[in-house]
Design a protein around this ligand. Structure first.
Ligand code: FE
Ligand code: FE
Ligand code: FE
Ligand code: ZN
Length: 196
């Protein structure tokens, strides 16, 4: 008979496999992005993901088990689709919007999975695992928010041909948003001098 702990460990092994695959995919996503901010977001989530692998090892230990990978078909599929989308949009103004969409699908999958794992750790009264899983869950939510923010402030506008901010760093050209007299929104910074 299966127990909740069996289910927990199976899902944990699935996510342990997923994170390894995501670890390999993030540098490719960063390379495919032409938006410097998006590149940066992928690379910083890569660093977080390395830490998540270590955290998951600690969660296994907290349950007296060794780390184990079980092929995550969903992540395989999501990343495959992301590869296709990146190839189809390479060299196009839609590339960054497409990469954000693919990456957000992965984050949503992770949020759902860690949400369940965190809940189950609580029911199984494993405090240590609960704290670790909550930390990972918060990182995935924050990663999703950052992607959403980048889509809204520039990458989706770029895909409409309305904003050149995404290629600012790459081409060194004056952003189209400025050429057209539209002020680009800066992420996480308030320029008080412009508030007259
Ligand atoms: Fe992750
Ligand atoms: Fe999975
Ligand atoms: Fe993630
Ligand atoms: Zn962008």
């Amino acid at each position: 008979m299966k127990t909740l702990k069996d289910l927990f460990l199976a899902e944990l092994a699935d996510m342990y496999d997923a994170e390894h695959r995501i670890l390999k995919a993030l540098p490719k996503l960063a390379k495919a992005a032409t938006c410097e901010k998006l590149k940066g977001a992928f690379l910083s989530h890569l660093e977080e993901t390395k830490g998540q692998v270590t955290k998951l090892q600690s969660v296994f230990r907290a349950f007296g088990a060794g780390p184990k990978r079980q092929k995550c078909q969903a992540t395989v599929g999501l990343l495959e689709e992301g590869d296709e989308l990146a190839a189809e949009n390479q060299g196009e103004i839609t590339i960054n919007a497409a990469l954000i969409c693919a990456a957000q699908k992965v984050e949503h999958y992770e949020i759902a999975s860690y949400g369940c794992l965190h809940e189950w750790a609580g029911l199984l009264e494993n405090k240590k695992a609960g704290v670790l899983l909550k930390h990972i869950l918060d990182q995935e939510k924050a990663a999703n928010e950052s992607l959403l923010m980048l889509a809204c402030i520039s990458c989706n506008h770029e895909a409409l041909g309305e904003c050149g901010e995404c290629n600012e760093g790459a081409s060194g050209k004056r952003p189209a948003s400025l050429r057209r007299g539209i002020r680009p929104v800066k992420l996480g910074r308030q320029r008080s001098s412009t508030l007259v």
